[in-house]
Design a protein around this ligand. Structure first.
Ligand code: HEC
Length: 168
């Protein structure tokens, strides 16, 4: 069986070499077209992160707001799960807005996020506070206890979107 070890090492080496080749920049002019967006750049990666995160936030928020507004049948377990997810997602939002990640084509994030960093931080904290309050109420008293706090969470979304997200 000991002969397997060098063979395995060899194949791992080939895999890592393959990855290195795949990650190295394409030669000048390869393929003819120039990419408009550098998808490997930290700014683009941050944009992808926050776009994905906000899409999930929108999905979870649709559940709690839909139930609070009587448009989605009330289901305590589903409501509480969505509220807990929102509390977790709210703590992940900050990572989506690193310094220097503005100006990505397709992004609606406005430059004031980084110009008014202290105020933007307040908006992140409002979001976290509202989402964790909703999750605590849902966990202790279910939909009935938490329903009236969905508005406060909605205000934290709008409180950040109005100054810091461009119109579509
Ligand atoms: C601290 C600021 C902030 C808070 C709080 C916030 N958002 Fe966002 N949201 C943004 C920004 C900025 C964008 C645009 C991101 C981009 O395009 O780069 C965005 C984008 C979105 C999008 C569009 C997703 C996409 O990229 O296509 C949805 C949906 C969304 N937010 C939902 C919500 C909901 C629902 C809440 C509250 C539960 C919320 N957001 C709270 C800042 C915030």
């Amino acid at each position: 069986m000991s002969v397997m070890v060098p063979a395995l090492r060899g194949s791992l080496l080939l895999v890592s070499l393959g990855l290195m080749v795949a990650c190295s920049p394409a030669p000048e002019g390869a393929g003819g077209a120039t990419a408009a967006v550098d998808e490997e750049s930290p700014a683009y990666q941050a944009y992808e992160y926050r776009h994905s995160l906000m899409t999930l936030v929108g999905n979870r928020f649709g559940i709690v707001r839909g139930m609070a507004q009587g448009q989605v049948p009330v289901d305590n377990a589903r409501f509480t799960k969505a509220a807990l997810d929102l509390a977790t997602l709210s703590t992940m939002a900050r990572e989506g807005f690193p310094e220097g990640s503005g100006g990505v084509p397709g992004s609606r994030a406005l430059a004031d996020i980084w110009n008014n960093a202290a105020d933007f931080e307040n908006k992140l904290q409002d979001f976290e506070a509202a989402a964790s309050a909703l999750a605590d109420l849902a966990e202790s008293g279910g939909f009935a206890a938490a329903q009236s706090s969905v508005d406060a969470l909605a205000q934290s979304c709008g409180g950040c979107h109005r100054p810091y997200r461009a119109e579509e």
